[in-house]
Design a protein around this ligand. Sequence first.
Ligand code: NAI
Length: 267
Amino acid sequence: MSNGLLKGKKGIIFGALNNQSIAWKVAERCHEEGAEFILSNAPIAMRMGEMDELAAKTGSDVIGADATSLEDLNKLFDAAIAKFGKLDFILHSIGMSVNVRKGKHYTDLNYDWLQKGWDVSAVSFHKVMRVAWEKDCMNEWGSILALTYIAAQRTFPDYNDMADNKAYLEGIARSFGYYWGERKVRVNTISQSPTVTTAGSGVKGFGGFLGYAEAMSPLGNANALDCANYCVAMFSDLTRMVTMQNLFNDGGFSSAGVTQKVVERFE
Ligand code: NAI
């Protein structure tokens, strides 16, 4: 499916680790819609090698950057500007919690790990936008997106400190989005259904999350391709006045009090 919605648009896509990654699907869809972009990920993720396949498929360069490092981000943006001139879109699809990875309980968080996860999952969005801001490298009517999860608004115990990281991430989208308005650039977060990926599957009880969300969503869970399609819409010229929003791509989960499927399980 291609409608040329992103023809001529240039961007950077962060976070495609393997073909299950949401960012992988976003890259495929952006390519189909005519965009050109640079793929970026943490150097350690790039060594796993799968990104080369995506780069070949989409005709993209791959440039490593630890998204917590201003030095790495400066180099990445310099390379993007050298290649494309100004940019039209950025996708931040980055998340990691050391406490989740190591199974540390929320009531007993390790604060060094918390800080690391907060930096990777939330503050990196500020750093990405700050570097783009300082280099003044976004075209007017450009679009910047990050991916988030509803644990920012409601408690999902096993999501642990990632819930707080997502709340912070959504706050950054609003706060920085205000300033980007001066430059006619929009900033939003997409709050996605639970999706089977490397990061998603790392959350304890993920299968339960997935099944519960499916039963609680009138349309069912949105998958990675659905998310990618929403990202394409948000990068396209069809959504120019949408900014500082947290946009749910969740089959209705966030508005459903209960569904028949769930009620039946308790009768
Ligand atoms: P994923 O594991 O494929 O992607 C996470 C990415 O973050 C990986 O590519 C990883 O290499 C990258 N990353 C980690 N540390 C980094 C660093 N220091 N610098 C640069 N990149 C770094 O998993 P997924 O699910 O595609 O995650 C993408 C985004 O979607 C994340 O923000 C995640 O929280 C969000 N999300 C995922 C949901 C799910 O159920 N899978 C639901 C809602 C949101």
